[in-house]
Design a protein around this ligand. Structure first.
Ligand code: FAD
Length: 494
């Protein structure tokens, strides 16, 4: 540890970002780079704890969870402090195939588990991670490293999100020939079509990494939905193993009167078409515009936030975001020894932008929609809402009771449903005859990833349900290890 007193000497500092008023005029990322001296002092704030919860949390069951991929955080914090960037990059790549993705979009459970966070703001781990990997790319240190030897085994990975990509990267590293099938026109899963460009740049960040994977020998076949464009049985016959990484893409719907009206869309249809238009530099018939409209977003999570940021950039007229849960507590509970960040109430980037434009956080907590109202042409024109209070029913389950007298009618010509996902789409799983768990995810034991069909593995959101990029990377690396072991009888993959 180069600077034992760093945590006493230096305050937490994050990179500056373009103001919410400036950044909404384009789709560019808005965090500005931090200069190296500042990054070094931020790295010096790490206390190099005896038990670094930031990176070991996942190993200790029941503890506040740190990094799901066990990033060697204290090590690279110190290397950054000492100006040893290349060494820091090597340590970072040991546990994480794609730090440029997590360094941008991870909610950073590592910072929530940082011991310094007990009585001080935690180390800026996420920003240090992003800075190491960005420097690596800028310096040209990241180049294709194809395996020296090929095993002759062929593996099909279905789905090219972070789980499929990390599985492909690791299996390719082990010398297998890997083909990734993707139904979208571009690989990347939710990294490409889901998380918007201003949070994660597609051309400069996602495609740059995809190119390295291709140069290392991974084959991508897009515009191919397995089970529809290509029979699943064909893959079982042609490949030595099949790895399912199809995500949890089935959206939760809202079955209230008026749902059939035009102008009510699932969030993912809105976000996907938008990113495609940004990348293609033109819109197609699937594009959904928020321009000049009153927008109602139903769901207060990350997907809802991305709809807020996207609607603001389209130039919407007004915007509300309904959330049935209460506003998170801003104070730490007296009996809670752990730092609550990032679970505290905060304005995410989209709400910041909405507040800058319309004067307030657009989220209405403890509020639900009861009905959509249409005009004479069948277009949605308003959403009826009511406030709720949660109470236990006779079975002891919490249910949201409507509070009489709190009803409102809000104008809305575009409604976006962002209420989470109900697991993987089922047709491919049906076609393969795979066992499911009680939540309709692919049944595959944690850390084994083996399904009910020998040689077929499952990882990422299709196995664990809707989660995070960092967990998808954890599972992609894990499934690669198990698949390699299955094919070769032993494995050197970490
Ligand atoms: P996915 O990324 O969903 O990829 C699955 C891929 O499989 C898709 O490309 C799909 O087209 C393809 N596919 C499915 N079926 C077939 C088939 N039959 N044939 C061929 N291809 C198929 N997490 C974070 O950590 N930070 C964030 O900021 C964040 N923001 C998010 C924003 C949105 C709008 C959403 C929806 C999610 C967000 N998440 C975020 C969650 C995160 O993106 C997911 O947990 C992660 O992408 C899951 O990875 P995956 O590889 O399992 O699946």
């Amino acid at each position: 540890m180069g600077k034992p007193t760093g945590f006493i000497e230096f305050l937490r500092e994050l990179p500056s970002e373009l103001s919410p008023v400036e950044r909404v005029h384009n789709w560019d990322e808005f965090h500005l780079p931090m200069d190296e001296d500042k990054l070094r002092t931020q790295g010096a704030r790490c206390m190099d704890c005896g038990i670094p919860f930031c990176h070991t949390g996942n190993l200790i069951s029941g503890m506040a969870s740190g990094c799901p991929i066990n990033n060697l955080i204290p090590e690279w914090n110190d290397l950054v402090y000492r100006g040893l960037w290349k060494e820091a990059l090597d340590r970072l790549h040991k546990t994480n195939n794609f730090p440029e993705f997590t360094g941008r979009v991870c909610p950073a459970p590592c910072e929530g588990a940082c011991v310094l966070g007990i009585n001080n703001p935690p180390v800026t781990i996420k920003n240090i991670e992003a800075s190491i990997i960005d420097k690596g790319w800028d310096e040209g240190w990241i180049t294709a490293e194809p395996p020296a030897k090929r095993t002759g085994k062929k593996i099909a990975v279905i789905g090219s999100g972070p789980a499929g990509l990390s599985a492909a990267a690791q299996l390719n590293k082990a010398g297998h020939w890997v083909t990734v099938y993707e139904r979208a026109d571009r690989p990347g899963g939710l990294l490409m079509y889901g998380i918007p460009n201003m949070k994660l740049d597609k051309e400069q960040v996602v495609m740059r990494r995809l190119k390295v994977l291709e140069d290392e020998g991974v084959t991508f076949i897009c515009n191919t939905e397995v089970g529809k464009d290509l029979p699943a049985e064909q893959l079982l016959k042609e490949y030595d193993s099949v790895v399912l990484c199809t995500g949890a893409t089935k959206p939760r719907d809202l079955g209230i009167p008026g749902r059939e009206l035009k102008g009510i869309h699932f969030a993912m249809d809105f976000l996907t078409a938008n990113t495609k238009a940004v990348l293609d530099k033109s819109t197609n018939e699937n594009f959904i515009s928020a321009e000049g409209k009153d927008i109602a977003i139903i769901g207060g999570g990350d997907t809802g936030t991305d709809c807020v940021g996207t609607s603001i950039r389209h130039g919407c007229k007004s915007l509300v975001q309904l959330e049935i849960l209460p506003k998170p507590p801003s104070e730490r509970a007296a009996n809670n020894p752990w730092p609550e960040w990032p679970k505290v109430y905060r304005l995410d980037y989209g709400q910041e932008e909405a507040a800058a434009k319309f004067g307030d956080d657009p989220r209405g907590y403890l509020t639900t929609a009861t009905k959509f109202e249409g005009d004479e042409n069948g277009n949605v024109k308003a959403v009826h809402t009511v406030e709720v209070e949660w109470a236990k029913n006779e079975k002891g389950q919490f249910i949201p009771n409507h509070i009489p007298g709190t009803e409102k009618v809000l104008p809305a010509q575009l409604v976006l449903l962002a209420m989470g996902f109900l697991g993987p789409e089922q047709p491919l799983l049906d076609a393969l005859g795979l066992e499911r768990d009680a939540r309709s995810n692919v049944k595959a034991e944690h850390e084994k990833y083996t399904t009910s069909i020998p040689g077929v593995f499952a990882a990422g959101d299709c196995r664990r349900g809707q989660s995070l990029v960092v967990w998808a990377i954890n599972e992609g690396r894990g499934v690669a290890r198990e698949c390699d072991l299955y094919l070769m009888g032993s494995t050197d993959l970490p």
